[in-house]
Design a protein around this ligand. Sequence first.
Ligand code: ATP
Ligand code: MG
Length: 417
Amino acid sequence: NADIPQPVLDVIARLRELGHAVYLVGGCVRDMVRKVHPKDFDVATSALPEEVQRAFRKVIPTGIQHGTVTVLQGTTHVEVTTFRSEGDYLDGRRPSSVAFERDIVKDLSRRDFTINAMAYNPLDRDLVDPFGGQSDLQAHLIRCVGSAFERFSEDGLRPMRAVRFSAVLGFSLDPDTHAAIPATLGVFRKVALERVREELVKLLLSSRAEGGLLLLADTGLLDVFLPEVAGASADEARLARAAVQAAPQDIEIRMAALLADLVDRARARDIGLRLKFPNKSADLIALLVENAKLETRLWDTDPALRRLLARVSLANLPALLSLARARVQARAPDQLSALEQLCTRLEALAAAKPPLVPKELALTGGDIMATLGVGPSPIVGEATRFLMESVLDDPSLNTTEALKRQLQTWHSARSTS
Ligand code: ATP
Ligand code: MG
C-alpha cells in the first residue's frame, strides 16, 4: 500500500464509510502486482455517480454518462467510476449502452485482458482476481477475459491493445488471443485511426518496439493502418524495425525511423495526418524522413551542410542526428564512425550560429529597398534570396557593409544582363 497516494486512500475510505463497495482497478492493480509504480490510480465503486458527487466537496462530472466523476482532493485528481457492464457492441466501436452494476466482478468481466481485470481494496488488502490475472502476470501472458474472438468482435481496438501490452510488458500473446486477431481484422478496420494511433504511439515508445512491430505485421494489424510498411520487403521491414529500436524513445524520431527508407517526405506527411498526429508532428516526421540519409552526405561541403541546417533548423538538428545514427546502426554499422565525423561537423557548424534565415541577415528588407532605391516590389524578395544564399556560402559576409557591396554587384550584373 506504500505506493498508493494518500488522497486516493482518503477517497476509498470515504466511500467505504458510506457503505459502498470500492476498489482500485485496471492498470494500477496490474502494476502493483508486478511491483511497478503505477502511473495513475483508478477507483471503481458501487456508488452511483450522483452518490459519488454528494460524498465529496469538490467534484467534476468528467464523464458522468459513463459513470466517471473526478474527485478533487487538494491538488490531486482522483477518477471514480461506478461499476458498469456494457450492452451489445453494434459496430465494433462502442457499446450500445452501459448499465451500472452493484458487483465488482461484473465490472471486471467487461475489461479487456486478465491482467487488466483485477481489483484491489487497500483497506481490507483484498485482491479480486476472477480471471487468473496474477497467474498470467507470472506467466507473462496477454489473455482476453473470456472468448478472445467475441471480445475482439465487440471492440476492434482490443487486438491492437493486446499487441501494445505485449510490447510494453514484454509478454507473449496467449495462443487463443493471438489466433483471434487475424480472424477479427474486419472489426479492427472500422476502428477510428486516432484510437489506433494512441496504441501505436505507446508501442513505438516502449523498450520492445521492434518485437511489437513484428507482432503487428505477423497478425495482419499493420496492413490495416500502415500498408506502406506492411508491404515492404522482408529485409526492408526488418531494417526499419531495427532502426526504430535503435532510435531514442521520441515519437517523431521513431516514426521517422520506421518510414525513412520506405516512403518519401510527402507520403510520410500523409501517413502522419492519416493517423491523426497533430500537424506539427506530421510535419516534423516528414522533415526528418526527407533528411534522414546523412550517410549520403559524408563528403558535403560546409555550404551544403549549412543549407541542410537551414532546411531542418537548429532546433531539429539533435533529432536528425539521432535518427541518422539509429538508421546507420541498423543498416550499416561499419559506417558509424564516418557518420559520427559528419555529426561532429554539423554540430560545429551549428555551434557557430550562422545566419540561416532571412531575418538573421545584416540587411533588412528596408535596408535593401534603400540601397537599391526601390519601394516594395518583387525584386526585394529576389535580393533577399540572393543575399541569403551568399551568406550560407560564406557567413562572414553577414555585415551591413559586405552585404551592401554584394547587393550592388548583384544589382548591376542583373540590370546589364
Ligand atoms: P496504461 O498503463 O497504459 O494506462 P491501463 O491498463 O491503465 O494501461 P488504459 O487504456 O488506461 O490502460 O485503460 C484502463 C483500464 O480500462 C484497463 O486496464 C482495462 O481494464 C480497461 N480498458 C481500457 N480499454 C479497454 C477496452 N478497449 N476494452 C476493455 N477494457 C478496456
Ligand atoms: Mg491508464
